[in-house]
Ligand binder design. Structure first.
Ligand code: ZN
Length: 345
């Protein structure tokens, strides 16, 4: 009996131990009267025809402002670390044991960068896709804001792409950005997403809001999100190259430059004063700004709780946190589910 148990324990190790099962997908392509689902298992592509009714094929943008929301959770820069995020969400009661929404009417904000670095990007995308629908059914919301890595992928800038996805792209005989084109389910879904959202008196965006960005035009969230959505390349034949986008230097600087919403790191550089931050907050009519993009070991507060950094280095695959906002109080939700209040210094 003992021998049998030992043997049973060893079988999976022997078969998957050295050569791990390679799984990727599904990628769902939209054709005229059907959907084509493609999955890759151990170097082979498996295709299946699905009815068009299996998935929504149009996604309308969410509004950019929400009020009277009683609880909010925020995190950032997941970078394909599916398993860690599942653990973090379970322990912080955002999902249940079966990975279903458990956050009621709460709002979950992902401030960008699900793509790149890690090798479970599609697992995260489909999980968030599912969670978004479940949340909405319960009166809650999931806001997946686009970060610089989402925009990079949509522009086929593959500098940070995991090797696995280069293989997938080759096997599917498509350029990588075509796996997320507007002819795919996830591609259309991504193109409906916002880059900035305001919930109660908190603004969420990937990098941050610089004074330069505000000075460019009137600060209107709907307008900014609309401009960002329209700047995403559409059909391949119409795709603008990075250089073409760059050639409109004003537009490029404002929306894709160092001081843009998706690339800015200014809050973490120690050259802004509390007064500078108060000025920015006043201009954007908000009391707090929550950002990702700049990595810290945990969720942090800066400038007396005016700014929160929620990139807690999940990308390393070892640890991560969520920011919880409840009754105007701010908490770090740790990986094991502890709540630690953030207090201004
Ligand atoms: Zn980033």
């Amino acid at each position: 009996m003992k021998k049998l148990i030992l043997l049973l324990l060893f079988i999976p190790v022997l078969s998957f131990g050295q050569d791990q099962t390679y799984f990727d997908g599904p990628y769902i392509f939209i054709e005229k009267n059907k959907l084509i689902e493609k999955k890759i298992i151990n170097g082979k592509v498996f295709s299946k025809i699905l009815r068009t009714s299996s998935y929504d094929t149009t996604y309308s943008p969410e509004k950019s402002t929400f009020n009277n929301i009683r609880k909010i959770a925020a995190l950032s820069d997941i970078h394909g670390q599916y398993d860690l995020v599942i653990e973090l969400f379970k322990n912080n009661k955002i999902i249940d044991e079966n990975l279903n929404w458990r956050f009621g009417k709460g709002h979950l904000v992902i401030t960008g960068d699900i793509f790149d670095r890690g090798d479970k990007v599609n697992e995260v995308l489909w999980f968030i896709y599912k969670l978004e629908a479940q949340a909405k059914n319960k009166g809650g919301r999931v806001h997946y804001l686009l970060g610089n890595h989402e925009y990079m992928i949509l522009y086929n800038d593959l500098r940070y792409l995991h090797e696995k996805y280069k293989t997938s792209s080759t096997l599917l005989n498509l350029e990588y950005d075509e796996l997320y084109s507007e002819k795919t389910i996830i591609g259309r879904w991504l193109r409906s997403k916002s880059t900035i959202v305001k919930i109660n008196n908190n603004i969420f965006t990937h990098g941050g809001i610089s004074e330069d960005f505000i000075s460019y035009g009137d600060f209107n969230l709907e307008k900014i999100n609309d401009t960002m959505r329209k700047s995403i390349p559409q059909l391949k034949k119409l795709r603008k190259s990075r250089n073409e986008v760059k050639s409109d230097s004003i537009f490029y600087n404002v929306y894709y430059g160092n001081k843009s919403l998706i690339w800015y790191r200014g809050y973490f550089k120690n050259n802004l004063t509390d007064t500078d931050i108060s000025k920015i907050l006043k201009l954007v009519d908000s009391d707090h700004i929550v950002v990702g993009h700049t990595s810290n070991e945990e969720v942090v507060q800066l400038y007396n709780n005016k700014i929160f950094g929620v990139d807690s280095s999940i990308k390393k695959g070892k640890y991560g946190e969520v920011l919880i906002i409840k009754n105007k109080r701010f908490f770090r939700g740790t990986l094991n589910g502890k709540s630690i209040e953030l207090v201004s210094k």
